[in-house]
Design a protein around this ligand. Structure first.
Ligand code: G1P
Length: 271
């Protein structure tokens, strides 16, 4: 069973400047809700019981968002507003499930994952990247089903335009397993068009094995000087760990870039 999820939230959000100079991008409202709440709801619906947030000292406002008890209690005491009570109950539900760990230097997603090492209990865990919203169908839930069926690690995947490959982790498949599931042969972080093995991109949902921590401990910085989860995944593939790419059914929204963020607001408003 996959019971734990981790969410890296220490990123600086440079692609969303100026919105992120004083504000955490994951709290920016998307159709009236902080983006991170969509991610939390996806986890809860997929049966996740504990969620580890990787934040930084600079992004303490994320923790504050879930620890504003005095603020809510004072308002509720003065005025028994049912809408406020409802919001507070939701925050309390989230808070109960969340643990916070810190990544104070932005050294990459792989480094963020490593910070959760001593908290991961089971053989596999889920990771969600909050820039990627997947609406309408619960991607994590269908990935957990694929994990159970194929007894393997899983990554969400989608075909992208060839000219955009350098924005993503790009993989090559060795075998089609079923209509939406493919065995991965190789995965490369943000390749140039010339070096891209395909136009199949990894999207921010991963079911990772606990053995990834051993790889991350020795992982050298890769593209852009950062420690990438993609490189650690490739090391595991080299040692015959089975990784499956799962083409998800939901609607993908890229909230990590300004254009994508603006579009996401419009698209979610339409759902
Ligand atoms: C990260 C991963 C990349 C993946 C992407 C999905 O990149 O490193 O492999 O394709 O998420 O959104 P980032 O968005 O952090 O640049």
């Amino acid at each position: 069973m996959i019971k734990q999820a981790i969410i890296p939230l220490a990123g600086q959000g440079t692609r969303l400047l100026p919105l992120t100079s004083v504000f955490a991008k994951e709290l920016l409202p998307i159709n009236g809700r902080p983006g991170v709440e969509y991610i939390l709801n996806e986890c809860i619906e997929a049966g996740i019981k504990e969620i580890i947030f990787i934040i930084s000292q600079k992004k303490l406002m994320i923790k504050k968002y879930f620890y504003s008890d005095t603020f809510y209690k004072n308002i509720i005491k003065k005025k028994k507003d049912s809408k406020v009570i409802e919001e507070y109950k939701k925050i309390l539900k989230y808070k109960k499930m969340i643990k916070f760990v810190y990544q104070n230097k932005p050294k990459g997603t792989g480094d963020a994952v490593l910070k959760t090492k001593k908290y991961i209990k089971d053989k596999y865990f889920l990771m969600l990247l909050p820039d990627d919203l997947i609406m309408k169908y619960n991607c994590s839930k269908s990935m957990i089903s694929a994990h159970k069926k194929y007894k393997s690690s899983v990554m969400a995947s989608m075909n992208v335009k060839k000219k955009t490959v350098s924005r993503w982790g790009i993989y090559n498949l060795s075998k089609k397993i079923s209509k939406n599931n493919f065995l991965i042969k190789e995965v490369v972080e943000k390749p140039s068009i010339k070096n891209a093995p395909s136009n199949k991109a990894v999207i921010g949902r991963y079911i990772l094995p606990k053995t990834i921590f051993k790889k991350l401990l020795h992982q050298k910085p890769g593209k852009g000087g950062e420690i990438h989860i993609t490189d650690a995944i490739q090391s595991l593939i080299n040692e015959n760990e089975k990784f499956i790419a799962h083409n998800f059914a939901g609607k993908y929204l890229d909230c990590g870039t300004m254009n994508g963020f603006i579009k996401s607001n419009i698209e979610i408003g339409k759902l």
